[in-house]
Design a protein around this ligand. Sequence first.
Ligand SMILES: CC(C)(COP(=O)(O)OP(=O)(O)OC[C@H]1O[C@@H](n2cnc3c(N)ncnc32)[C@H](O)[C@@H]1OP(=O)(O)O)[C@@H](O)C(=O)NCCC(=O)NCCS
Length: 143
Amino acid sequence: MIAVREACPADLPALAALERACFPDPWSAESLRSGLARPENRFFVLEDGREVRAYAAVRTVLEEAELLRIAVDPAFRGRGSGRILLEEVLQAVPEAAVWRLDVRAGNTAALRLYERCGFEKLVLNRGFYTDPAEDGWLMQRGS
Ligand SMILES: CC(C)(COP(=O)(O)OP(=O)(O)OC[C@H]1O[C@@H](n2cnc3c(N)ncnc32)[C@H](O)[C@@H]1OP(=O)(O)O)[C@@H](O)C(=O)NCCC(=O)NCCS
């Protein structure tokens, strides 16, 4: 059964494994630990049974929320998990009037996911990313 819940420290090894599998610049176990402990951050996991298959990290400041990360196990992609997770996350932070995120301009899967969840392209930031160099879209949801 698929379920989304808030992450806890016991999830840190699973989050670190997802980071390594999903990003060229993975967050270390230590950055994940300190990130999870920050009061302005909320981390969520999507589980299939008891297996963590995806996670998302959000930072909230007053009425603004920033999606810092979303990652789905490569073997579990293309089955709607990203969408289920992001929709749950959006609902879990009802105080956020505005959502923002940055995404690599060539990340077709993420762009599609974000647009399906109501984000719109706001600004194309030239050379926003390094390693590899790439433009980034700032996307926004809400006014
Ligand atoms: C981006 C990511 C989270 C999507 O997760 P997912 O579980 O595969 O996404 P879903 O199955 O829920 O699909 C969501 C939408 O994206 C589309 N999509 C998914 N993979 C796609 C791909 N490779 N190319 C084009 N569209 C794609 C789906 O078709 C769906 O759109 P639809 O409803 O119009 O059909 C996943 O690819 C991932 O973890 N990527 C690596 C990490 C990353 O880049 N994160 C984002 C930046 S932090």
